[in-house]
Design a protein around this ligand. Structure first.
Ligand code: FAD
Length: 573
């Protein structure tokens, strides 16, 4: 059956649970006013205190900036009031991270790592005692949090971490041995969410991952700043734990279920990351528009040239789609939709790639000046690159989007297979499947709530939801479990899901804008939605055609040959 708990997973079945994304989620009046007031405060604080060029140059966020963030209550944005936080929604909290990222990526990353990685774990998995103990000081910023999963030997493959947590003598606490790498906030954090292998003696002695709350005073040693391309102001260090004793009561979530903690925390983290990408895009668009108007060439402003207009229009379109995806997803979180894992992964992948394209085009518009050290375009481009790498690389996330999305239809198919083999026992399953098919394949699923002005874009969405489900069905029947190894196909499926979620988000947002402002008032949103839909339609067409007609084998062969040669073997002399 279609998984009604996740909007995007349902699309893989060909179903469109439109009530999950329509009407476009908007914060209530009070929250809007509070957030606007807070943003005003953040803007004037940033204008006074945040000097992004200096932070980059000196590779440090000045203590006055961290103190200003504390004074504004930023370290407790979405921590509930009862624990001393501001009690904001996920939407408002992401909006503040976006604002900080407009001014400086290192500052935004410091806050996002604290809130969306460190604090998020305590909020989602902490016991009442753990929440009472840690959240108030985390909310005030007296304590800063960090998330320590990656290690020198492993990043993407989190299940292969080597840090060990052994029961101490009394059998109550743990002793930790291991080193974590690239811990954001490493040098300034007081509380580390540490993932380690534990051996559970419940008959099976297989090591499992457990998440522990470790205080700096327990004995965590952090190294110097790890020098890097961008995000230079953030404190990113190693953290080593050589025989660190962690007292009882510090397991976060269930013992041996730490992998689940890590994955769920990262779902939240990816949303902050997407919001940060949006903030940086907005800054780059502002810089690019200014440059397009001011810079003269051939007796005209460069903004008058078609190729420059094209860049600005694409930046605008992609930023609009990113904004729509990100805040549709925070709206799902605020509506307590239990599964937003695909939507947050999609927002992260799309956001990081949009920012990278926008940063490239902003550099092109700024041209020679933009390439010079100290120019904001140069700094923001360096800061932007890591977003495609951390919190799940975009390759890992594309595989995740495709495989999680296909899990539902895969299960349905295997149930059908079983039902066919055991027709009497499987009758119920077969009729479920028949119902689903009747709903989605025989008649195309409709999106009824989009505004009629957006009919053309709505039809594109409906048509390609059908195509996604049809092609997923086809590849699952053809390849079964082998799909887990077929990354070319996974990439196509993931890219279709990204475009479809983006289209749904633009449709929901623009429909709401038309209802509120009328067609003329919402003309610009309508145009941006049309521009995004046109691009998405072309990409969707290419992806659909490539399920049957592609050069996957040719490219695999070329890569295999390169591995054999060990390098590029050709030369012209
Ligand atoms: C600035 C910065 C800050 C960071 N902050 C933190 C932090 O606070 N906490 C933390 O725990 N970690 C942090 N990290 C680590 C980060 O999450 C990892 O770098 C990331 O998960 C990728 O791991 P890796 O670098 O080891 O790459 P690898 O896992 O070695 O991957 C190398 C390449 O292979 C690809 N690849 C790997 N497996 C697959 C696969 N199955 N299919 C297809 N492609 C694959 C990857 O996509 C990538 O392109 C940070 C990293 C950086 C750079």
């Amino acid at each position: 059956m279609a998984n009604e708990r996740s909007f995007t997973k349902a699309l893989f079945h060909g179903a469109i649970p439109e009530e999950m994304v329509f009407p476009w989620p908007e914060p209530g009046k009070d929250e809007r006013e509070n957030t606007a007031l807070l943003l005003e405060g953040v803007r004037s604080f940033a204008a006074r205190e945040i000097d992004a060029a200096r932070i980059d140059r000196e590779a440090e966020i000045p203590p006055a900036v961290l103190q200003g963030m504390r004074d504004l209550g930023l370290f407790g944005l979405h921590i509930p009031h009862e624990y001393g936080g501001r009690g904001l929604s996920a939407t408002a909290s992401a909006r503040v991270v976006q604002e900080l990222a407009f001014h400086d990526a290192s500052v935004a990353t410091t806050l996002a790592a604290h809130l969306s990685l460190g604090v998020a774990g305590v909020m989602a998995f902490g016991t009442e005692a753990q929440k009472k103990k840690y959240l108030p000081s985390l909310a005030s910023g007296e304590r800063i949090a960090a998330f320590a999963l990656s290690e020198p030997g492993t990043g993407s493959d989190a299940s292969a971490i080597q840090t060990r947590a052994e029961r101490n003598g009394a059998g109550e606490g743990f002793v930790l041995h291991g080193t974590k790498q690239w811990v954001t906030n490493g040098g300034i954090a007081d509380l580390f969410t540490v993932f380690a292998r534990t051996t559970v003696h419940n008959g099976q002695s297989k090591p499992r991952i457990t998440c522990l709350l470790v205080e700096r005073e327990d004995g965590v040693k952090t190294g110097a700043q790890q020098l890097r391309m961008g995000l230079r102001g953030a404190s990113i260090t190693e953290a080593s734990m050589d025989g660190v004793t962690v007292p009882a009561g510090r397991v976060l979530g269930e013992e041996a279920r730490g992998f689940k903690v890590a994955m769920e925390v990262l779902n939240t983290g990816r949303l902050s990351l997407a919001a940060g990408c949006l903030g940086a895009c907005k800054k780059l668009i502002a810089l690019s528009v200014q440059r397009a108007l001011d810079r003269k060439a051939f007796g005209r402003s460069i903004g008058e040239f078609g190729m420059i207009k094209d860049k600005i229009a694409r930046m605008m379109t992609e930023a609009f789609a990113l904004e729509s995806m990100t805040y549709l997803t925070t709206g799902l979180v605020d509506a307590r939709v239990p599964d937003f894992s695909l939507e947050s992964a999609i927002s992260k992948v799309y956001g990081s790639e949009v920012l990278w394209r926008v940063a490239g085009e902003a550099m092109q518009i700024a041209a020679g000046s933009g390439y010079m050290q100290g120019h904001p375009s140069e700094r923001i481009l360096r800061d932007a690159r890591v977003n495609m790498i951390f919190e799940g690389t975009n390759e890992i996330l594309r595989a995740f989007i495709a495989l999680s999305g296909m899990q539902g239809p895969g299960r349905t198919l295997s149930e059908v297979g079983r039902a066919m083999r055991e027709p009497i026992k499987g009758f119920g399953l077969l009729s479920d499947f028949a119902l689903l098919k009747a709903r989605t394949v025989l008649g195309r699923e409709r999106l009824n709530r989009a505004h009629p002005t957006l009919r053309r874009e709505t039809v594109i969405f409906e048509e390609y939801v059908g195509m996604l489900s049809k092609n997923v069905d086809k590849v699952l029947r053809r390849h079964g479990k082998d799909i887990a190894e077929m990354q070319y196909t996974q990439r196509r499926v993931a890219d279709m899901a990204i475009d479809l979620f983006g289209l749904a988000a633009c449709l929901a947002r623009t429909s709401r804008a038309i209802e509120r402002k009328g067609e003329e008032g919402a003309r610009r949103e309508v145009e941006l939605t049309a521009a995004f839909a046109n691009g998405a339609e072309k990409r969707l067409q290419v992806n659909v055609a490539a399920f049957d007609n592609n050069d996957d084998e040719l490219l695999k062969g070329i890569a295999a040959q390169a591995y054999q040669d060990g390098a590029y073997p050709f030369d012209v002399v």
